[in-house]
Write a protein that binds this ligand. Structure first.
Ligand code: ADP
Ligand code: MG
Length: 629
């Protein structure tokens, strides 16, 4: 016997253990799911190692689970890779997983159930301390000449290690000494069998409880489709993802050319990672002839299809392929491009057959999907599949495709117009869109910065040019009739026109370098002014994104467009006619400019604006009192 040594847990382990032990609302039975899946991982690793080394492995892969009622214990044994002393210390004394801090934070916030967090973040081993008073791990590594070693801990502050002299078979045995309260529930084989059937039915190796084999070791993806019931798909999906809900959609295919593979893929009902905090938790499990080569392989599907979960199994790759060479493997690339096409075609069919269902999909995964604007190989398919809210939608949830837009476009209209804004309400009031509202021309509403990248990448659709509303060519819009009776004031006389030109010059003088130009506008009807971009290339929102990236805080220089038909502008004209130097002109010019900046989200210091508003209100309330007298 080797010497018994005592080791302290790393701080993050203690923290995690504390959360687990005190989480009253967690489904405690999942400890078994975690230990069984570790046993399965160890068996996969052993098989993988044997095949890639080209050695023959004569150990039967299996997992045994056994309760002892009298002793109040549960024991899980596997014939997998086992662990060396170093591995044991590294794997079960510290937490290597980078998601742990994240898990600890999320668990502390209590927003998500710990059950699904444990599964997703892979800190499974420690979940045993929800039911255990003490755990003993006895293991011998598959590595030549390894000695058996035991690890014991009550899961509080430290653990003990001791080397054994006995010549144990390779693999790992985990003895769980149950807490007094948990004994009635877990210290019996019938209960363990039920739990395994519920959570671990699809484990790739036989699991025995007592002498009985309790799982059905089938590679569901290799079974003929017609033999599989929906419930089986759902069960497998839950096993794979730890989702508590059924999948939204299932895609089961078998391909022979250009490369052979079977794929079973799922689309979950909701985005499990809405804030993109755990983007690493994606990928397709890759099997070669039923042997797991890599969990969550990231090369088979691009990031924008990261919502797809599932497995791919191929006959065409060699079993002893190393994970490192997978990335530049030609066959892998063929599988990947076929897989992407299958997913996109599947979505396309859903969109055509059942638009409502597709909308549901879009609301769950659309935001991630939009990143597909970078997939130039599938540009057309992508363009068919993106959706936007639009001025024609009933509410902010309504979705429109480019094809929908075209079907409603006006005769002679060759542009698809879009505008970016913080919300449907804001866009509904935007001065830039007045002309579109008046003429009944649809505008796609963009709420996310990524939407503009989508527009930039797609560029045109079926001969229609994607055009930002703020860059619309007013002459092209002229030909469409206005739908509303616009109460236009009398046209300006020639004299007034030249006074307007002078007024505009005066306003430019007042604003100086803050604007590049002041000009009369044709696009406005209800608003007195708006700001537009001097060069017609980038839109305001793209400009904002670029400024954030380059950390540029200055206020951009824009064109101030003035509506000559607006009452306020006409009043300014009258005042200007009487006295070109009336200070009201200065005040009004500054006020209009700053309000426009405010609307565009560029006003950083509102003090001057507020001061001016108060001064004007004071004056006008005085006049109001006078006229009331
Ligand atoms: P994860 O399985 O996500 O890595 P766990 O906390 O469940 O996290 O396990 C931690 C590590 O302990 C595993 O990655 C593995 O290296 C090791 N381990 C746990 N159980 C076994 C086992 N039965 N056989 C071999 N190694 C194991
Ligand atoms: Mg695990």
């Amino acid at each position: 016997m080797g010497k018994k040594t005592t080791h302290k847990f790393k701080a993050e382990v203690s923290q995690l253990l504390d959360i687990l032990v005190h989480s009253l609302y967690t489904n405690k039975e999942i400890f078994l799911r975690e230990l069984v899946s570790n046993a399965s991982d160890a068996l996969e690793k052993a098989r993988f190692k044997a095949t890639s080394d080209g050695t023959e492995d004569n150990v039967t892969p299996e997992i045994r689970v056994e309760a002892d009622k009298d002793a109040g214990t549960v024991t899980i044994t596997d014939t997998g890779v086992g662990m060396t002393r170093d591995e044991l210390m590294k794997n079960i004394g510290t937490i290597a997983h980078s998601g742990t801090a994240e898990l600890t934070r999320m668990a502390a916030e209590g927003k998500e159930s710990l059950d699904s967090l444990i599964g997703r973040f892979g800190v499974g081993f420690y979940s045993v301390y929800m039911v255990a008073e003490e755990v003993t791990v006895t293991t011998r590594s598959m590595e030549e000449g390894s000695k058996a070693i035991t690890w014991t801990s009550d899961g509080k502050t430290d653990y003990k290690l001791q080397e054994l002299d006995e010549d144990l078979p390779r693999g790992t045995k985990i003895e769980v000494k149950l807490l007094e309260d948990e004994k009635p529930r877990f210290a019996n084989n019938a209960a363990l069998k039920t739990i395994i059937n519920k959570h671990s039915n699809f484990i790739n190796f036989p699991i025995y409880v007592g002498e009985e084999k309790v799982n059905t070791v089938t590679a569901l993806w290799r079974e003929p489709k017609f033999q599989i019931k929906d419930e089986q798909y759902a069960e497998f999906y839950k096993f794979l993802t730890y989702d508590s809900e059924d999948p939204f959609d299932t895609l089961h295919t078998s391909v022979d050319a250009p490369v052979q593979f079977n794929a079973l893929m799922f689309i979950p009902k909701s985005d499990e990672d809405p804030f993109g905090m755990n983007r690493d938790n994606r990928g397709i499990d890759l099997y070669v002839r039923r042997v797991l080569i890599e969990k969550q392989n990231k090369d088979l599907l691009p990031e924008y299809l990261g919502f797809v979960k599932g497995v791919v199994d191929t006959e065409d790759l060699p079993l002893n392929i190393s994970r490192e060479t997978l990335q530049d493997n030609v066959l892998m690339r063929k599988i990947s491009s076929t897989l992407v096409k299958q997913v996109l075609n599947h979505l396309d069919k859903m969109a055509k057959d059942n638009a409502e269902r597709y909308d549901e999909f879009w609301h769950a995964h659309g935001n991630l999907f939009k990143a597909g604007y970078m997939d130039f190989f599938n540009k057309e398919k992508f363009a068919n599949l993106v959706r936007f809210n639009s001025s024609e939608s009933e509410d902010a949830k309504g979705l429109t495709s480019f094809a929908d837009y075209i079907s409603r476009a006006k005769e002679d209209q060759k542009e698809i117009y879009y505008a970016y804004g913080p919300s449907r309400e804001a866009l509904g009031l935007s001065p830039h869109l007045e002309v579109f509202r008046n003429k009944g021309i649809e505008v796609l509403y963009l709420y996310e910065p990524i939407d503009e990248f989508v527009m930039d990448a797609v560029r045109d659709y079926e001969g229609y040019t994607l055009t930002a509303a703020e860059h619309a060519d007013m002459e092209k819009l002229d030909k469409f009739e206005s739908l509303v009776e616009e109460e236009k004031p009398e046209a300006l006389s020639d004299d007034q026109q030249s006074t307007l030109d002078k007024l505009i010059t005066r306003i430019k003088d007042v604003l100086g370098d803050a604007v590049t130009e002041v000009k009369a506008s044709q696009r406005l009807s209800n608003s007195p002014v708006c700001l537009s971009n001097p060069d017609g290339n980038v839109t305001s929102s793209m400009d904002k994104i670029m400024r954030v990236v380059s950390k540029d805080n200055s206020i951009p220089k824009k064109v101030l467009e003035i509506n000559p038909d607006h009452v306020l502008v006409r009043n300014m004209l009258t005042i200007f006619e009487q006295d070109e130097n009336d200070p009201f002109i200065d005040q009004a010019a500054n006020q209009l400019f700053e309000s426009a900046l405010l609307l565009e989200g560029y006003l950083t210091d509102p003090h001057a604006l507020v001061g001016r508003v108060q001064e004007l209100l004071t004056k006008s309330s005085g006049w109001y009192v006078d006229t009331k007298k």
